[in-house]
Write a protein that binds this ligand. Structure first.
Ligand SMILES: Nc1ncnc2c1ncn2[C@@H]1O[C@H](COP(=O)(O)OP(=O)(O)OP(=O)(O)O)[C@@H](O)[C@H]1O
Ligand SMILES: [Mg+2]
Length: 160
């Protein structure tokens, strides 16, 4: 079963996204299968740390939350190429990292802020991503402060 770990702080800019990326990469280097979900829907950013090319991103977490036909597999991008990039320590070859980005399109962000979404779908998404990709760990990068998705992420987590 996938262990869900949320990284949260009340204040912004405290290092959540960098901490999430480092924790996920460390676990993957040890041979674990890990996922990262960017639930910072208002100001997504962790994809930058993984150099995920925005032009190659098709479906995002936003699509999963709005579109009944969008599956967990369609929103997870394999970013395991970071594991052997410039590291002095060889990564365990079994390790994998998948990133679920939020949309960077301003119209998508504006829509979700004004219209909201079914927060239970976010919970379903965490479980579906974990099961489909057979993840050992799912790290959740959160928006600062408390809102529905941060409370849900913390509530679902094995650790926060
Ligand atoms: N351990 C660290 N030491 C020094 N600087 C750091 C460290 N971790 C993060 N930073 C810097 O702090 C800034 C904020 O980091 P980061 O984006 O990870 O924070 P955040 O909590 O995710 O922010 P936000 O709340 O806006 O999502 C960045 O400029 C980052 O480079
Ligand atoms: Mg952040």
């Amino acid at each position: 079963m996938t262990q869900i770990v949320s990284i949260h702080s009340y204040r912004g800019g405290t290092g959540k996204s960098n901490m999430t990326a480092n924790l996920a990469t460390t676990m993957a280097m040890l041979g674990k299968r890990v996922g990262i979900v960017d639930t910072d829907i208002q100001s997504p950013g962790i994809h930058i740390l993984f150099r995920l090319d925005e032009t190659k991103i098709n479906k995002t977490l936003n699509d999963y939350l709005w579109d009944d036909d969008c599956s967990a597999e369609q929103i997870a991008y394999d970013v395991s190429y970071v594991l052997n990039h410039g590291s002095a320590v060889a990564a365990n070859p079994n390790g994998k990292i998948f990133l679920v980005p939020s949309s960077m399109k301003s119209e998508d962000i504006a829509t979700i802020l004004s219209e909201g979404y079914d927060v239970e779908l976010l919970q379903q998404g965490f479980y579906e991503v974990g099961d489909t990709l057979e993840l050992d760990y799912l790290f959740v990068d959160t928006h600062p402060g408390l809102n529905e998705e941060t409370l849900l992420s913390i509530g679902l987590s094995s650790a926060a």
